[in-house]
Design a binder for this molecule. Structure first.
Ligand code: BGC
Length: 330
């Protein structure tokens, strides 16, 4: 072998080894992504909880997970973050069932609908596994407690903010995450109740995004085309406002159209800074996750727990951004 080919061979082998270890590392990370770093088989944890998210890849849910993970670390809890990659009711329910079958010590999940979630939650609780609803309550189920936004009130706040910012004159289109999920129904209801006696506020259209960015953008587009009289939008789940803003900018209508969204994800904050989103409803996903783990421990240890804890919710506009933070993250 020539000197050159020895060098090429050595460099090639090194490259191969490095890329192998990268893929092993990242492959490992993909599989164990939802578990704490320490080796769960070796380390003894006090409890094993599962946090079931509506959508794993959603930044809002990553904040809930971040909060839960911080509390889990503090109290030596093995925490799994599980659920559908993209919002999907069947997968969500299946994840709860599988967690119960695995006999975890506690399940934290939304209670998205009374028909589908309450019977399952009741079954899990009857098996002796405590359930806390997070972000969205199934108030008629036997869940031990709820921690999250008062969704009706948050929608009501949005309605009041829109009245104030538009001086009581607006043709409004609502894009909601879902027509059938509790949190979205309550947000829309709160909003409608807040504006119901305002003579100058008209709700022109209510559309559903199915918690999907693509559909939210499609619906915003259809509204822009089909209802030129619409000059205000309300997006009731984290990604709706972002997609509405994108579409409104595409039409270069950001100066004519008022947008109020939900949550303070980085993209939402960006659009507020640009002046495209005028206001947003702040939720505290980090606090929800952190609080849920603490509540779960208290329930298991027989301590008194408030059955309903409403995390803070308020309206933020451009001038409030410095104080907003990112979903309550510490
Ligand atoms: C809601 C979450 C939902 C998310 C979807 C948030 O506003 O509180 O329940 O999963 O939006 O993007």
């Amino acid at each position: 072998m020539s000197k050159l080919s020895i060098v090429a061979y050595t460099v090639g082998s090194l490259f191969f080894l490095v890329s192998c270890s990268f893929s092993i590392f990242y492959g490992y990370k993909v599989v164990t992504h939802h578990l704490p770093k320490e080796d769960s088989a070796v380390k003894k944890y006090n409890y094993h909880f599962v946090l079931v998210a509506e959508e794993l890849d959603n930044e809002y849910w990553r904040l809930v997970d971040e909060g839960a993970r911080a509390a889990a670390k503090k109290y030596d809890v093995l925490l799994e973050y599980a659920g559908p990659k993209q919002a999907n009711l069947e997968d969500h329910l299946k994840t709860i069932e599988m967690s119960a079958a695995a006999k975890v010590d506690g399940i934290m999940t939304q209670g998205l609908s009374d028909e589908q979630f309450s019977p399952l939650i009741n079954k899990v609780v009857a098996k002796g596994i405590p359930v806390i609803t997070v972000d969205t309550d199934a108030a008629n189920s036997r869940r031990q407690a709820y921690i999250g936004t008062d969704n009706y009130y948050s929608g009501f706040l949005a309605g009041k903010a829109l009245i104030k910012d538009t001086k009581g004159k607006a043709n409004v289109a609502i894009i909601t995450g879902s027509f059938t999920k509790n949190h979205q129904i309550q947000r829309v209801k709160g909003f409608k109740d807040a504006v119901q006696f305002e003579k100058g506020i008209h709700i022109i259209a209510v559309e559903e995004s199915e918690i999907s960015r693509v559909i939210a953008a499609e619906k915003a587009n259809q509204i822009m085309q089909g209802h030129p009289e619409v000059n205000a939008f309300f997006g009731t789940s984290a990604l709706d406002g972002i997609e509405i803003a994108q579409v409104v900018e595409k039409y270069k209508k950001q100066n004519q159209i008022y947008i109020i969204g939900f949550d303070t994800l980085p993209e939402t904050v960006k659009y507020i800074r640009q002046g495209t989103i005028k206001a947003t409803v702040v939720q505290e996903p980090y606090e929800m996750g952190y609080g849920a783990v603490e509540m779960m421990i208290n329930i298991i240890e027989g301590k008194r727990v408030d059955p309903i804890i409403h995390t803070n919710t308020r309206i933020a506009r451009l001038e409030d951004l410095p104080a907003v933070g990112m979903g309550g993250r510490k």
